[in-house]
Design a protein around this ligand. Structure first.
Ligand SMILES: CC(C)(COP(=O)(O)OP(=O)(O)OC[C@H]1O[C@@H](n2cnc3c(N)ncnc32)[C@H](O)[C@@H]1OP(=O)(O)O)[C@@H](O)C(=O)NCCC(=O)NCCS
Length: 155
């Protein structure tokens, strides 16, 4: 398994892994469960769009785990060069490759990138109903600094 920089032709596969991986924890899926499909676009479209946005905003900070030509996972990052904060908005590993340490290696790769870019701290969030994130992030050295509640209403 190697970790390499993102290429534009990775995008469709990254979105597939995302939609599969976030089934059950995506906020927009919770919105949809409560209010039904919003604006004719389902939660999968909404979640995949985050990956389009991440890859457009900072393509040099998106890293892809690959083995024998197959994409196994990815991590996206954002740099705030004024606040010196590196943030990880999205991370997913294909279901077939989980539990092999790839998620941890992607995080370590992103943290090395942040250090190289002069960031002073790193941030990542996870949903309360995502036990894998809550296990993995402290195991990688992150400490909890706050909790947020998401509200939505239909208009
Ligand atoms: C979170 C995710 C990226 C981890 O990828 P991975 O390659 O399986 O990660 P690793 O193998 O490096 O480590 C996973 C760790 O989480 C643990 N874990 C996995 N599922 C777990 C669960 N349901 N409850 C508690 N711990 C869990 C594993 O035991 C492992 O810990 P260990 O190394 O101490 O044994 C992957 O599960 C995923 O893509 N999930 C769906 C998308 C997602 O939730 N992304 C993160 C959003 S915050």
């Amino acid at each position: 398994m190697t970790i390499r920089p993102f290429r534009p032709d990775d995008l469709a596969e990254l979105k597939r892994i995302t939609i599969e991986g976030f089934d059950g924890t995506a906020i927009d899926q919770n919105v949809e469960k409560r209010f039904g499909v919003v604006g004719g676009r389902d939660w999968r479209w909404r979640k995949a769009r985050h990956i389009d946005d991440d890859c457009a905003a900072n393509p040099a900070g998106v890293f892809v785990a690959e083995e024998d030509g197959k994409i196994l996972g990815y991590i996206t990052t954002v740099l705030d060069r004024e606040a010196l904060k590196g943030r990880i908005p999205n991370l997913a590993v294909d279901a077939s490759a989980r539990g092999r340490g790839i998620g941890r290696k992607l995080i370590e790769h992103a943290l090395d990138y942040f250090r190289r870019e002069g960031m002073a701290f790193a941030a990542i969030e996870t949903m309360a109903n995502n036990p894998a994130g809550q296990h993995l992030y402290p195991a990688c050295g992150f400490v909890e600094v706050g909790r947020q509640i998401h509200y939505a209403m239909k208009l």
